[in-house]
Design a binder for this molecule. Structure first.
Ligand SMILES: *[C@@H]1O[C@H](CO)[C@@H](O)[C@H](O)[C@H]1NC(C)=O
Ligand SMILES: *[C@@H]1O[C@H](CO)[C@@H](O)[C@H](O)[C@H]1NC(C)=O
Ligand SMILES: *[C@@H]1O[C@H](CO)[C@@H](O)[C@H](O)[C@H]1NC(C)=O
Ligand SMILES: *[C@@H]1O[C@H](CO)[C@@H](O)[C@H](O)[C@H]1NC(C)=O
Ligand SMILES: [Zn+2]
Length: 557
């Protein structure tokens, strides 16, 4: 071998060793080895639970944050990723902002005809309070997929928490990182037998029957409650017939020649309303939220870019938290309160293409948006919920050592019989299906030397799918809540429970008469000491438990 050849071999070998030895992040606390560390934490959490107020005043505002596809595994993995990325710590001991909310429940996500739901039928559950069929938007179970005719029957059409809020004279808004006509947000304002009917072109495919129905984009601009929504932000200029770039792939190009953005603007002008239509971060920042009634932000032709790929300049597309800031500044001017729906929609898309790093970055961006919102509202008068619509089939497997890079590999395992390194994160299905036959047996790729932390790395999948078709998962999702009536999230519920808690807490929709709440204006209610609601018996009981815990602590120390 020449010396150059040797040198190259050496470099390759060193690189392989660097990559195949996964990063292990340190634990932040040296006390974890001590039993008392855990007792102290236990006691603090019991104390917090005992002192937890039950807010029974009417929620002036409701903010629903929904991470599309943000199942429980994604939640755990994001928590670890956050700690490793932000602090350089092992991560498992950390938490996401919503994990400190006082109340949590699990939600059953099946829909009427599938064990595993899609975002549209899930949207009907948590936004409208009714379970529906797969791929249908804002209609009940009498409407089968593609049945335009049934979707036009009045009794089959659902109303959502967004509409209930409007009927209670609250201002409303939604934000998504997907198209503004995409399944989740569409369930808040549209009714459609097929979630793909985002523009007229997709409807033509289904012949005469569908022609009687209206596409989702038109419903947003022409119908109630869509046309009364004060803040609409996301992607989807193509569906709205107002693309800036024509060369973009054809997701749903309008064929009716309508420019729905122009129509939206004319409508506001005819009604003498102030408005802002914005398409870049710079324009978003320039919106005078104190003097603008309606805001429409369309920041890309189809979906917004992934956080890992976003143009972060002022000419690019805003971070989800920038959209939330503008939306809340506008909506909180409403004397009667507001309802805001924020969807972290690209979490789902990143998982469909089985790109864990992209998905985790989407969750952390979404988390920043939740964190910011909490600084802008008072949770004594604002119910804040963080949930997901359904899960995905990513799993966290093997026995990675504590602090192992969550995007990295596990090199030593007694359980994996082929002796090859494997990634902690793998998928039950996806386009990363990659087994081959070596003449003797079926083998999977040897990950030695592969950088699995790259955003483009595709982990192994058990079953093959097309490029972006990794499927949803069917286990329960969590709902985390803080604010008035958050304690109504208390066990395993049907996903429909979310819609009813939001309505009950804010006295809207089916609970608009609200006899169960004190009939006092919001401001007076929030002045009331929330703790005064718990009975003296509970107080006494808390006191006894507290003394008991202190006594136990003293004994153990
Ligand atoms: C806990 O104890 C083990 C066993 O002695 C030791 O290897 C480890 O470093 C200790 N952890 C910390 C954080 O001190
Ligand atoms: C909008 O109005 C609020 C309340 O009156 C005020 O605090 C805030 O500074 C105003 N914002 C701008 C940008 O003028
Ligand atoms: C499949 O594995 C081989 C190595 O065995 C690798 O070169 C290839 O890029 C992998 N393909 C996919 C789609 O992951
Ligand atoms: C995987 O690849 C590395 C580096 O080429 C090699 O040392 C190792 O033996 C391989 N493992 C198996 C089980 O083939
Ligand atoms: Zn999906």
């Amino acid at each position: 071998m020449t010396s150059l050849g040797m040198m190259i071999t050496l470099v390759v070998l060193v690189a392989a060793i660097v990559y195949s030895k996964a990063t292990v992040f340190p634990r932040p606390s040296a006390d974890e080895n001590n039993s008392n560390y855990w007792l102290k934490m236990g006691t603090e959490e019991i104390e917090a639970a005992l002192l937890k107020p039950k807010l029974t005043n009417t929620a002036k505002n409701v903010i629903l944050f929904m991470g599309d596809g943000m199942g429980i595994t994604v939640n755990t993995v994001s928590r670890i990723y956050k700690g490793q990325k932000k602090n350089g710590y092992s991560g498992e001991e950390g938490h996401l902002v919503w994990e400190k909310f006082p109340n949590i429940a699990l939600l059953k996500t099946y829909d009427l005809d599938m064990q595993v739901s899609d975002s549209a039928s899930a949207g009907a559950a948590y936004l409208c309070g009714v379970k529906a069929n797969y791929y249908t938007v804002g209609v009940n179970g009498h409407v089968k997929f593609n049945d335009c005719e049934a979707s036009l029957i009045e009794e089959n059409r659902l109303t959502s928490i967004l509409q209930w809020a409007q009927e209670a004279k609250k201002d409303t808004g939604f934000i998504t990182t997907t198209q503004v006509t995409h399944a989740s947000v569409a369930a808040a304002y549209a009714k459609s037998a097929n979630r793909k009917w985002q523009c007229d072109k997709k409807m033509k495919k289904f012949g005469q029957g569908a022609a009687a129905c209206k596409d989702i984009a038109r419903q947003l601009v022409e119908d109630v409650p869509g046309k009364h929504i004060k803040v609409v932000m996301g992607g989807g200029r193509q569906e709205m017939g107002s693309p800036k770039r024509d060369e973009i792939e054809d997701n749903c190009k309008r064929t009716d020649g309508r420019n729905l953005v122009r129509d939206w603007i004319s409508q506001k002008e005819e009604n003498g309303k102030s408005y802002a239509y914005v398409t870049t971060t710079r324009e978003l920042h320039s919106v005078d939220t104190n003097n603008t009634e309606y805001i429409l932000g369309l920041f890309d032709e189809i979906h917004l870019p992934y956080e890992t790929d976003r143009d972060t300049s002022l000419d690019g597309c805003p971070h989800i938290k920038e959209m939330v800031e503008v939306a809340i500044n506008r909506l909180k001017r409403s004397d009667n309160g507001f309802f805001l729906f924020v969807e972290g929609g690209m979490i789902d898309n990143a998982l469909h293409i089985t790109s864990p790093k992209r998905a985790l970055e989407e969750v952390l961006a979404f988390e920043e948006a939740v964190e910011l919102a909490l600084t802008m509202v008072n949770t004594e008068e604002t119910l804040v919920i963080v949930t997901a619509d359904h899960s995905h089939v990513m799993t966290m497997n093997g026995y990675p050592p504590r602090g192992n890079d969550i995007l990295g590999i596990v090199t030593e395992s007694e359980d994996i019989s082929d002796g090859l390194p494997f990634t902690t994160l793998t998928f039950a299905n996806g386009h990363g299906f990659n087994y081959s036959f070596n003449g003797k047996e079926v083998v999977r790729p040897n990950l030695t030397g592969v950088d699995t932390t790259d955003k483009d790395y595709v982990p192994l999948a058990g079953m093959p799918t097309h490029y972006d078709y990794e499927t949803h998962g069917g286990e329960d999702v969590a709902a985390f809540a803080v604010g008035p009536w958050a304690h109504l999230f208390h066990r395993v519920h049907e996903q429909t429970h979310v819609a009813y808690v939001m309505a009950y807490a804010s006295c809207t929709g089916p609970y608009k008469d609200c006899h169960h709440h004190a009939e006092r204006p919001f401001n007076e209610q929030v002045k009331k000491n929330p703790k005064s609601d718990s009975s003296s018996a509970t107080g006494l009981f808390s006191g006894i438990i507290f003394i008991f815990i202190v006594a136990v602590q003293i004994l153990f120390v």
